[in-house]
Write a protein that binds this ligand. Structure first.
Ligand code: FES
Length: 114
């Protein structure tokens, strides 16, 4: 597991503000972060919002699901899929997305940024 020595925890939203089995976009400084509440798995994930295929800011609007045990998001434009855990492109392409750690404490959702 990656050591999080320089991680700053950004307060993203209240748990009740999240979209069940979907994503929301969080703006942090000059970057957009897609935050996903995978209700069926009771897990949270965060990735860059930009799809690397055509550089569209769209992944927070993607459809989430599973490939076996791997949680994934599908870009709504051309359906390329990415692991929500590792960011790896599961469609066989070389592109990958950045992922961020997420934690939930006292009803608030935090995203770990460097
Ligand atoms: S822009 Fe996301 S798959 Fe093409």
């Amino acid at each position: 597991m990656k050591t999080l020595t320089n991680t700053k925890w950004l307060t993203a939203c209240h748990v009740d503000d999240a979209v069940e089995n979907g994503g929301v976009c969080i703006k942090h400084e000059d970057q957009q972060i897609a935050l996903f509440y995978f209700t069926r798995r009771n897990e949270w994930f965060a990735t860059q919002n930009e799809c690397p295929h055509k550089r569209q800011m769209i992944l927070s609007r993607g459809m989430i699901g599973s490939l076996g045990e791997e949680p994934k998001v599908a870009c709504p434009f051309h359906k390329k899929t990415f692991s929500l855990r590792t960011g790896e492109c599961l469609s066989g392409d070389e592109c990958a997305i950045k992922t961020f750690p997420v934690k939930v404490e006292d009803g608030l959702v935090y995203i770990g940024v460097e």
